[in-house]
Ligand binder design. Structure first.
Ligand code: NI
Ligand code: MN
Length: 233
C-alpha cells in the first residue's frame, strides 16, 4: 500500500494511508476553496493541528457522524469531548501513539492556538504520521513559522511534507524553501494559501523554486485534486 492524498482547500487533506483514511484540519464550511461537503467524508482518524477555526472547522460534525477518533493536543481534545465528540485522543509536543494502522507523533509548531469560543487551545502542533504496513511517513506542519529544528524532524526520513506557504499568518514561500532544505522530504505539498486575500500566492512559481533550489518534488494540486506517491525504490 502507500500514500494517496487529496487537497480539499486551505489546510484540509484526506490521506489514504495503507488503505485507511486520515483527515487533516477539516475546515470546509466557510472555506471558499472547499472541494467537499463535511457529509462526504468518512475518515477513521481526524488530526487537528490547533484550535483556530480554520483548522477545527467541521471536526465536531464529522466526528459525531462517523465516530472517527480525533487526535489533537490535550486542550483541543478536551474541548471537543465537551462538545460531544465521542472519541478523542489528547497529546502534547514530542508525544507519539499508535492508532492501529499508523503511529502519530506530535511535533512543535510556532504559532498560536485559541478555540473558536475563546477557550485556551494549548500549543499548536504538527504531526509525523507513519503507516505501519508501508513504513511511509508524512509530515504535516500545521500553521507554523520556519524553525531550525525542522532539521531534526527531517532526520526521521519524510516521504511527503505538507507546508504552509500563504505568508501573513504562517511561513511564506521563501521560508518554505528553507524549511524544505531542513526537512529533505521526497515530495512537498503546499497548503494554507489562496483561501483568503491576505494569503494569495503563486503556487507555480513556488513549485519552480522547489524544483530549482531543493531536492524535493513539488506537488501542486487544484482543490479536489489527488496524487499517489510511488513507494520508495
Ligand atoms: Ni492558525
Ligand atoms: Mn490557519
Amino acid at each position: 500500500m502507500g500514500i494517496r492524498l487529496t487537497w480539499l482547500g486551505h489546510s484540509v487533506f484526506t490521506v489514504d494511508l495503507d488503505g485507511h483514511t486520515v483527515l487533516f484540519d477539516p475546515f470546509l464550511t466557510g472555506n471558499p476553496l472547499a472541494a467537499a461537503e463535511p457529509g462526504d467524508l468518512n475518515p477513521e482518524l481526524i488530526l487537528v493541528s490547533h484550535g483556530h477555526g480554520d483548522h477545527v472547522g467541521d471536526t465536531i460534525d464529522i466526528a459525531k457522524r462517523t465516530s472517527a477518533t480525533v487526535i489533537a493536543n490535550v486542550e483541543v481534545a478536551h474541548w471537543l469531548s465537551g462538545k460531544g465528540v465521542p472519541h478523542t485522543s489528547g497529546h502534547n509536543s514530542g508525544g507519539s501513539h499508535s492508532f492501529g494502522f499508523c503511529t502519530v507523533k506530535f511535533t512543535i509548531a510556532f504559532h498560536s492556538s485559541s478555540l473558536p469560543d475563546g477557550s485556551y487551545g494549548g500549543n499548536p502542533n504538527g504531526f509525523l504520521v507513519t503507516g505501519h504496513e508501508s513504513g511511509m511517513r508524512l509530515y504535516y506542519a500545521g500553521d507554523t513559522a520556519l524553525f531550525s529544528d525542522m532539521e531534526l524532524i527531517g532526520d526521521e526520513r519524510i516521504d511527503v511534507a505538507f507546508l504552509p506557504i500563504g505568508d501573513y499568518y504562517t511561513m511564506g514561500p521563501s521560508d518554505s524553501i528553507r524549511a524544505i532544505k531542513f526537512l529533505r522530504p521526497r515530495y512537498v505539498v503546499p497548503m494554507h494559501y489562496n483561501t483568503f486575500p491576505p494569503i494569495m500566492q503563486d503556487a507555480s512559481s513556488w513549485a519552480n523554486r522547489v524544483s530549482n533550489e531543493t531536492s524535493a518534488m513539488p506537488i501542486v494540486l487544484d482543490p479536489g485534486g489527488s496524487f499517489g506517491l510511488p513507494q520508495p525504490g
